[in-house]
Design a protein around this ligand. Structure first.
Ligand code: SAM
Ligand code: SF4
Length: 430
């Protein structure tokens, strides 16, 4: 039963229909967002339309007129009241509790509410993390997804102030893996049972459109794995070409949505372009990843809150949130790292707001504190990325120093300690 005014998901047969429907509804003045599917409803379609129940009748009529078939309409709620009741020590009179109640009940995220939640400390922090863990369980379930990153080139034409791969870091020994080396490593990843490979690099134009297409087609043919690209900004048409060649997901973190901070950290880039690239990626039908860095010099709480609201507005499917780690031989090498507690709060708030998104507990978090990666999984995250770059070159993928080489053994240790479920595709011992 649909309660008038409540938020609804319209599920379509395929992504083409989702984006056609979005266009039709928004042109008719209906407020609509394309958001990640609830995993139980995902089927072949990663994205659903979110509308208000008040607009249901009008939307259904319009979609029918345009021959857009819908599979079903479901309420977006996730037993929120019951989840709120389960939180112990919940003092309903505080500003924190009021903000948490509003967000858990599905109110659109506001800057004041997210500010209060991000600043949660002491008992409030424990409640925030528990609430996010409850939502994660209700919306995504207990399985921790495991993916493997292959960092195949550390050449980069960009100069991001925080990153050890920046072009002006002349102390870094550069490498590019050959296509054969990449394919061999992809086969090893496949043999471990992993289903998704993340091909990551600096912005390396030596890897032309043709070379990336060849990699995608080779990996698909030899392994059948899902492919996530994390290559930085590419030409608009390349996103479409790579998708048609077989890539499934694309990860492009916005890093920060704060225009002044973005400009200060990325001298030759613009946040408007960055956001536009993320939109192009989503329009090209990728499962779209983005996210931010926590604790960048000059960043404040409001800026982090705005990043989360942006991910919500854009309906990002995978949201990576990692702490800033000062990297040797960069202009920010002497700065303080991002705080673990604030990063965990940001993961928790993101889970509460973007409930169906995939949220990794990041390598950066593990690098600051191994146990913090486990805490990330206990406060909203549901994915871990293994570093599968071969020894000999992995030491040179120095985005920051002392990077923690998260491996399958550690991932499974975390899953077991937390009483979570390993994915069915990982059958090995440990
Ligand atoms: N070049 C591609 C790009 O920028 O999207 C992909 C590779 S880049 C190394 C992957 C991510 O590393 C970036 O999105 C950024 O968030 C993260 N990163 C780089 N330097 C970092 C640092 N010092 N601390 C934390 N994260 C960092
Ligand atoms: Fe290059 Fe990405 Fe590092 Fe920026 S974050 S310098 S684009 S590798």
């Amino acid at each position: 039963m649909v309660i008038s005014g409540e938020t609804l998901y319209i599920i379509c047969k395929n992504l083409t229909d989702v984006f056609r429907a979005e266009k039709v509804l928004s042109e008719a003045g209906i407020s609509v967002r394309t958001v990640p599917s609830p995993p139980k409803e995902a089927g072949p379609c990663s994205t659903v339309l979110e509308i208000s129940g008040n607009d249901l009748e009008k939307s259904e009529t319009l979609l029918k007129q345009c021959f857009i078939e819908t599979v079903k309409v479901i309420p977006a709620r996730a037993e929120r009241t019951a989840l709120l009741e389960r939180l112990t020590g919940f003092d309903r009179s505080s500003a924190f509790s009021a903000a948490l109640s509003r967000i858990m009940e599905g109110s659109p995220p506001t800057l004041p509410d997210l500010r209060v939640l991000l600043e949660a400390a002491g008992e409030d922090r424990q409640i925030l993390w528990k609430a996010a863990d409850n939502i994660r369980q209700a919306c995504i379930g207990d399985v921790v997804d495991i993916r493997a990153a292959l960092e195949f080139s550390n050449h980069c034409r960009r100069n991001c102030l925080y990153c050890g791969l920046r072009r002006e870091n002349r102390k870094l020994a550069r490498y590019r893996m050959t296509e054969t080396e990449i394919l061999d490593q992809a086969l090893k990843i496949k043999e471990m049972g992993i289903r998704t490979i993340i091909l990551q690099s600096g912005e390396d134009t030596w890897f032309t459109t043709e070379r990336i297409v060849s990699l995608i087609q080779g990996i698909k043919k030899e392994t059948g794995m899902r492919i996530t690209l994390s290559l930085g900004e590419r030409e608009p048409e390349e996103y479409i070409i790579f998708k048609e060649a077989g890539a499934d997901n694309y990860l492009l973190k916005v890093e920060t949505t704060d225009p002044a901070l973005y400009k200060a950290l990325h001298p030759d880039m613009s946040v408007v372009d960055r956001m536009e690239h993320v939109r192009m990626i989503k329009k090209a039908r990728y499962i779209t990843g983005s996210g931010n860095i926590i604790g960048l010099p000059g960043q404040d709480i409001d800026s982090i809150a705005r990043d989360i609201i942006w991910c919500w507005q854009e309906g990002i499917h995978m949201i990576g949130i990692g702490p800033f780690i000062p990297a040797p031989n960069t202009p920010l090498e002497a700065h303080t790292p991002g705080a673990v507690g604030l990063t965990l709060n940001a993961i928790a708030v993101t889970r509460l707001v973007c409930r169906n998104a995939f949220i990794p507990s990041t390598t950066a978090l593990a690098t600051l504190d191994r146990k913090a990666q486990m805490q990330g999984l206990a406060c909203g995250a549901n994915t871990v990325m293994l570093i599968m770059t071969p020894p000999g070159v992995r030491e040179k993928y120095m985005i920051y120093g002392n990077k923690m080489m998260v491996d399958l053994e550690w991932a499974l240790t975390m899953i077991n300690s937390l009483g979570r479920k390993r994915p069915s595709y990982i059958t090995g011992a440990f």
